[in-house]
Design a binder for this molecule. Structure first.
Ligand code: BES
Ligand code: ZN
Ligand code: ZN
Length: 498
C-alpha cells in the first residue's frame, strides 16, 4: 500500500473514496462535532446533517454511510464512518476507525482511499494512527486460499491533512515502517507449522537482515551443545526439526549511550506439549507459539529502518515441541546455560526453558537491558483475557518505560506482580528449580522462573498468550495473528534515553 499526504482542498481530492470520521453528536440539534465533519457536510450539501436527522447514522464507532458521486469533490464516493464519543476519542480509536474504513471499502473496489484528518487535533499523532490503522486493516491471512478472483486491493492511502507541512512525511514513513513490520510478524505467525519450522523461521530472519542491513547469525545444535544450552536442547530433542537460535544485531552508526538492549522472543513453531501432550481441542492454534519470536523479528525490521542511536540485539530460540521417541520426559533433569539445573516436571512448560537459555546467552553477549515477548502461559489468559498483555519486571524503571511505550502505541498492557513469596512454588527436591509451580498464579510462577535467569540484569517479560491471536474478526482487524508487542518494542528502542 502506497502511503501519501496531501494538504489540498477537498474539492480537488481525487480518490475512489473520501473518508470522514464522524463522532456521535452531544445533543440531537447540536453542531457537527468536528471541523472535518463540518467541511464534508458543507461540501456534500448537508448530507451528514441529514444522516443524523434520519437516525440512520448516529456516529457510533464503525457505523458507515456511503454516498456515491458526492457533489463538490472529485472523489467518487464519500464515506462517513462512526468514531464514537468525541470526548473519549484516542489515537488508538482513530487507528481502528481508519482500519475499519479500509476493511469496509476494500471489497467495494476502492484502490485509492483518502482519509480526512481533523484540523482541530494534533496532526502528526492522527497521521500516525490513521496510516497504521489502514495498513493493519488491510492485512488478511489468506495466503493459502487459491481462489482469489474476488479479492480486491487498496493501493493508495492518502492522508488529507489540512494545514499539514512537510514534516508529516517523516511521521507517515515511520508509521508505515511500524505497521508493515507488524504485518510481517502477523504473516510469520499465520504460517502453519508444516511451513514454518525453526529453520524456516531462521531463513526468514536472514532475509529480513539482508534486506534491511542488519547482521544475522544462526546457532545450530552443535553450537548450542558446545555452549551448554541444555534447556533449549532438551525441548528440541523430541522433534525431527532441528532447533535454531536466531541472533539479529542492529548497531547504530552514532551510538550515544552505553545501553545494549536485548529483545528475546519465544519461537516455538509448534507446541504439542511434548510428552505432557496437550488435548487435541484447539491444538491447531499452537502454531502461534512463535508469536513472541516473530514480534521480535518484526520489531528489528522497523528498528533497522528507523535507525535509533542504540544497540539492539534480538534473540529467538526456535524449536518445535514434539513428543518424539527422543523427547525429554517428565522428571528429566537438564543443565541450563547458566549452570542451574531444572527438573522438567511438565514438558508443556517448554517456553520458559528455551527462554532461560536465550536470556542467559543475551547476558553473555553484553545486553544491559532485556525485554522478552512470549506466548508463555494459559494462566495469563485466565487472568487478563484477550485484552491486556501481562507485563512483569525485576526493575521498575524499565517496566514503567515499557508500559509508557505500550500506552503511547495503543497496545494494552498491565503490570503483574513478581513477589518473592511466589518463589515458594519453585522448589524441587532433586534440582535447583522445577519448571512448573502449583495450579495457582501460573503466569506469575512462569515469570518468576525466568527471573532466576535474568537477574540482576533489568528485564521485562511480556506474556502475550492472550493477545497474540484475535479470536474473531473485528471491523478493523482480521481474525488471526495480531502482531502484538511489535510497536511497543520499537517505541522503547526509538525513544530510549540513557
Ligand atoms: N504455549 C503454551 C501457553 C499457552 C496456552 C498459550 C494456552 C495460549 C493458550 C505454553 O507452552 C504452555 O503450554 N504452558 C502451560 C504451562 C503449564 C504446563 C504449567 C499452560 O499454560 O498450560
Ligand atoms: Zn507448552
Ligand atoms: Zn508453548
Amino acid at each position: 500500500m502506497q502511503i501519501q499526504f496531501e494538504a489540498v482542498p477537498l474539492e480537488q481530492v481525487k480518490a475512489d473514496a473520501l473518508v470522514v470520521p464522524v463522532f456521535e453528536k452531544e445533543s440531537p440539534g447540536g453542531a457537527l462535532p468536528t471541523e472535518a465533519a463540518q467541511t464534508a457536510n458543507d461540501l456534500a450539501g448537508g448530507w451528514i446533517e441529514e444522516l443524523y436527522r434520519s437516525g440512520e447514522f448516529t456516529g457510533k464507532a464503525f457505523e458507515t454511510a456511503l454516498l456515491y458521486r458526492p457533489p463538490g469533490t472529485k472523489a467518487r464516493r464519500l464515506l462517513a464512518i462512526g468514531a464514537g464519543k468525541a470526548d473519549r476519542f484516542t489515537s488508538a480509536d482513530l487507528r481502528n476507525v481508519a482500519g475499519a474504513a479500509v476493511r469496509f471499502l476494500k471489497p467495494k473496489s476502492a484502490p485509492k482511499i483518502a482519509f480526512l484528518l481533523d484540523a482541530g487535533s494534533p496532526l502528526a499523532e492522527q497521521a500516525k494512527a490513521a496510516v497504521e490503522g489502514a495498513i493493519l486493516g488491510d492485512f488478511e491471512p489468506d495466503r493459502y486460499k487459491t481462489d482469489k478472483k474476488d479479492v480486491k486491493s487498496v493501493d493508495v492511502f492518502t492522508v488529507l491533512a489540512p494545514g499539514g507541512d512537510e514534516s508529516l512525511r517523516q511521521t507517515l514513513a515511520g508509521a508505515q515502517f511500524m505497521a508493515e513490520a507488524q504485518n510481517l510478524t502477523r504473516e510469520l505467525v499465520s504460517e502453519p507449522a508444516n511451513r514454518m519450522s525453526p529453520s524456516t523461521l531462521a531463513a526468514r530472519a536472514r532475509e529480513v537482515a539482508a534486506q534491511y542491513g542488519i547482521e544475522c547469525q544462526v546457532l545450530d545444535e552443535d553450537q548450542m551443545r558446545q555452549l551448554g544450552m541444555g534447556a533449549l536442547l532438551g525441548v528440541a530433542q523430541g522433534s525431527a526439526e532441528r532447533p535454531a537460535l536466531i541472533v539479529l544485531r542492529y548497531r547504530p552508526l552514532d551510538e550515544t549511550g552505553k545501553t545494549h538492549l536485548g529483545l528475546v522472543g519465544k519461537g516455538v513453531t509448534f507446541d504439542s506439549g511434548g510428552i505432557s501432550i496437550k488435548p487435541s481441542q484447539d491444538m491447531d492454534k499452537m502454531k502461534f507459539d512463535m508469536a513472541g519470536g516473530a514480534a521480535v523479528i518484526g520489531a528489528m525490521r522497523a528498528i533497522a529502518q528507523l535507525r535509533p542511536p542504540i544497540s539492539v540485539t534480538a534473540l529467538i530460540p526456535a524449536v518445535e515441541n514434539m513428543p518424539g521417541s527422543r523427547a525429554q520426559r517428565p522428571g528429566d533433569i537438564i543443565t541450563t546455560l547458566s549452570g542451574k539445573t531444572v527438573e522438567v516436571l511438565n514438558t508443556d512448560a517448554e517456553g520458559r526453558l528455551i527462554l532461560a537459555d536465550a536470556v542467559s546467552y543475551a547476558r553473555t553477549l553484553g545486553c544491559t537491558h532485556l525485554i522478552d515477548a512470549a506466548t508463555l502461559t494459559g494462566a495469563i489468559v485466565v487472568a487478563l483475557g484477550h485484552v491486556h498483555t501481562g507485563a512483569f519486571g525485576n526493575n521498575d524503571p524499565l517496566l514503567q518505560r515499557v508500559l509508557a511505550a505500550a500506552r503511547s502505541e495503543g497496545e494494552k498492557m498491565w503490570p503483574m506482580p513478581l513477589d518473592d513469596d511466589y518463589k515458594e512454588q519453585l522448589k524441587s527436591p532433586f534440582a535447583d528449580l522445577p519448571n512448573i509451580g502449583t495450579r495457582w498464579g501460573g503466569a506469575i510462577t512462569a515469570a518468576m522462573f525466568l527471573k532466576e535467569f535474568a537477574d540482576p540484569t533489568p528485564w521485562v517479560h511480556l506474556d502475550i498468550a492472550g493477545t497474540a491471536w484475535l479470536e474473531e474478526t473485528k471491523p478493523y482487524l482480521a481474525k488471526g495473528p495480531t502482531g502484538v508487542a511489535v510497536r511497543t518494542l520499537v517505541n522503547v528502542a526509538i525513544n530510549w534515553k540513557d
